[in-house]
Design a protein around this ligand. Structure first.
Ligand SMILES: Cc1cc2nc3c(=O)[nH]c(=O)nc-3n(C[C@H](O)[C@H](O)[C@H](O)COP(=O)(O)OP(=O)(O)OC[C@H]3O[C@@H](n4cnc5c(N)ncnc54)[C@H](O)[C@@H]3O)c2cc1C
Length: 590
């Protein structure tokens, strides 16, 4: 049975020592979140995740969700009780605006808690994540009446939410979407169509489910320009806002799938269901993107979360499993063999996971803090800069953290040898669960194209230039003792600049050059961002050398610089090779 300890001390170190969160006390919600309170909240969340959710992770995987003859869906044993506790603890909308019943806590704090939730039970945690996506969409695009009717219950967790984009013929290319919305005399619409792969589409955890559905109003233009966003509750609300009559939306079936069995992935049938437009007509994709950006960051956190829990279990096993002797001679001669943690190849895998997890967590929290600034600062320039950062870093966090997070679950499984492949230790579940994060919320290939095609050129490259300026400014000012860290970072930054320049010169004439190099560019970008995070961590660790564990951070940082960051050269070489050999064969040669 896998175990999990939420990394509360790590989060506290990042918030306090690396990002000095107390400096943001002028932002609404931050002054209330004093270090003592933050530590207490994290400790409480850790306890819930460790004691309640971790034991349910295997149950959810084994039992899965069941669709009953009447179309209702039963979640795995224990999920309902755990969900009640999640709601009672106020965990669902902890960062949501106080005017709608949230606690207004900084997202830099609640994003850390999301990591704990996903590590302990990703399938369970997804139910509440989707509600938060719905909150973001309605809060930013809904009418005052819609906000009043739906937000308080979504924020408290009493009701859940979903996002309905995908249809059988289209996932990435939503321009092909067919779901229809017929206008009615009373300002409502009748929604008709089939959505597939809908996470948390139907379940027994809440009294109502608020579906956010993309559909095309009759007569709307074809393509993405004719798509609108609708609120379609499972139960229509009575005049006083309570769930009333059942709407014409139902779960046709639950998809059989590779992992996250505790989360119901549903085919949803809309048979003239009543819905209400939210946001502007034909601007549904724009409105949905508000939800998608929140969701993409959250999915990036899933990659980190599964990497962390898989790492923790691999460490335990590597210290217990006896096999062979250390290359330089027995380290534990009194034992029948040395534990496998003595072997450099096993260390390589453990160090790779550790060096990724700590920097990835820093990148997530740094970006969450920017999100808080973008939403809460009174200074327009500061808000703009923070928003630029969010836009630029969202595809990087989604793509890089889920790719490497999945690779790390495989490495952790590898440390268990054959025992990782069989189910007993739970390692293969982490691999299966982690895999989806590379696919949904826009595949990682699409994240890379978003970065290269949209985020780099946006506003004349303002966000990218700000990132370059921040990292190069940091390198310039670093003292000589930081040379082992900032020198490799400077080199990698130079390669990232070179790759950017190469695209500027070679993509306009041949867009395939951008498409063929986009994934390498995203990975190269991610390595530079993680390298920068390591430098910031080292700075903070050096200032606290007397504290336990700080020297270990310097070693992990060195490992990252020496053994992981050099991959930037390979990515650059691939980018500069261009698209020619990738695209040379005609389709029928495959
Ligand atoms: C378990 C699970 C849960 C999900 N939850 C939800 C949900 O809650 N709500 C929802 O709406 N959807 C959900 N999805 C759907 C998911 O978001 C889509 O599967 C995903 O976006 C990819 O779409 P697709 O499957 O149609 O693949 P396609 O779009 O057909 O893509 C196939 C491949 O082609 C590539 N590709 C496609 N177009 C391009 C292009 N223009 N340029 C370059 N490469 C391209 C893709 O990267 C991919 O590798 C879920 C899916 C799963 C499996």
């Amino acid at each position: 049975m896998p175990t999990y300890r939420a990394p509360v001390d790590e989060v506290m170190f990042l918030l306090r020592d690396v990002f000095h969160v107390e400096r943001y006390n002028n932002l609404p919600g931050f002054a209330e979140a004093s270090p003592d309170i933050v530590e207490a909240v994290l400790a409480e969340a850790a306890k819930f995740c460790e004691d309640v959710l971790t034991p349910l992770n295997r149950v959810g995987d084994k039992e899965g969700c069941r669709r009953n003859a009447d179309g209702s869906v039963t979640t795995p044993p224990g999920f309902k009780d755990a969900y009640k506790k999640l709601v009672a603890g106020g965990w669902v909308g902890a960062s949501a605006p106080a005017e709608f019943g949230g606690q207004g806590l900084p997202t830099v704090l609640t994003q850390a808690i999301r990591e704990f939730l996903y590590s302990s039970n990703m399938a369970f945690a997804m139910y509440s994540s989707l509600a938060l996506g719905a909150v973001a969409a309605i809060y930013n695009h809904g009418s005052a009446e819609q906000k009043a009717r739906y937000l308080p219950k979504l924020i408290s967790g009493e009701w859940a939410g979903t996002m309905n984009l995908t249809e059988p013929q289209c996932g990435t290319d939503l321009g092909q979407l067919r779901c229809r919305a017929a206008p009615q005399a009373d300002d409502s619409y009748k929604i008709t169509g089939t959505k597939i792969f809908i996470s948390a589409g139907e379940h027994d955890l809440t009294d109502n489910i608020i579906h956010l559905v993309l559909a095309r109003i009759d007569g709307a233009p074809p393509g993405t320009k004719g798509i609108s966003l609708f609120i379609v509750p499972k139960f229509l609300l009575t005049a006083d806002g309570a769930p009333g009559e059942r709407n014409a939306v139902s779960c046709g079936s639950i998809e059989e799938k590779m992992g996250i069995h505790g989360n119901a992935t549903c085919v949803m049938n809309y048979d003239g269901a009543t819905g209400w437009l939210t946001g502007e007509k034909h601007r549904g994709l724009y409105a949905m993107f508000t939800m998608m950006n929140t969701a993409r960051l959250s999915v990036g956190v899933q990659g980190l979360a599964l990497s962390e829990v898989a790492y923790q279990n691999a460490v335990v096993y590597a210290k217990e499993r006896l096999s062979g002797r250390a290359p330089g001679g027995a380290k534990f001669p009194q034992k029948a063999a040395d534990p496998i943690i003595v072997h450099p190849d096993v260390r390589r895998m453990l160090m790779t996971m550790r060096a990724f997890n700590e920097a990835a967590r820093a990148l997530v929290l740094w970006t969450a803090l920017k999100g808080d600034i973008a939403r809460r600062s009174t200074d327009a320039k500061e808000r703009e800069a923070a928003d630029d950062h969010m836009g630029l870093m969202t595809p990087v966090i989604k793509g890089v953290l889920t790719d490497q997070g999945f690779a790390n679950t495989v490495a952790a499984q590898q440390i268990f040898g054959g025992h990782g492949y069989i189910a007993e230790h739970g390692m293969e579940q982490f691999v299966r669960d982690a895999r989806i994060a590379m696919i949904y919320e826009g595949t990682n290939g699409i994240q890379a194209l978003d970065l290269v095609g949209r985020k780099l050129p946006k506003d004349g490259g303002r966000a990218l230039q700000a990132f370059f300026a921040e990292v190069s400014g940091y390198i310039k000012e670093a003292d000589a003792a930081m040379a082992p860290y900032v020198k490799p970072l400077g080199h990698a930054l130079g390669e990232l600049r070179e790759a950017t320049q190469w695209f500027a010169q070679n993509a306009p004439g041949n867009p395939d050059n951008a498409g063929a190099g986009a994934t390498d560019y995203m990975q190269l970008f991610g390595l530079v961002a993680l390298g920068y995070m390591w430098c910031r961590i080292v700075d903070a660790a050096k200032a606290r050398t007397a504290s336990a564990g700080m020297d270990e951070k310097l070693v992990a940082a060195r490992f990252f610089m020496e053994r992981m960051l050099p991959a930037t050269a390979t990515h650059l070489a691939r980018i500069k090779a261009g698209a020619e050999s990738t695209m040379a064969l005609p389709a029928d040669a495959f």
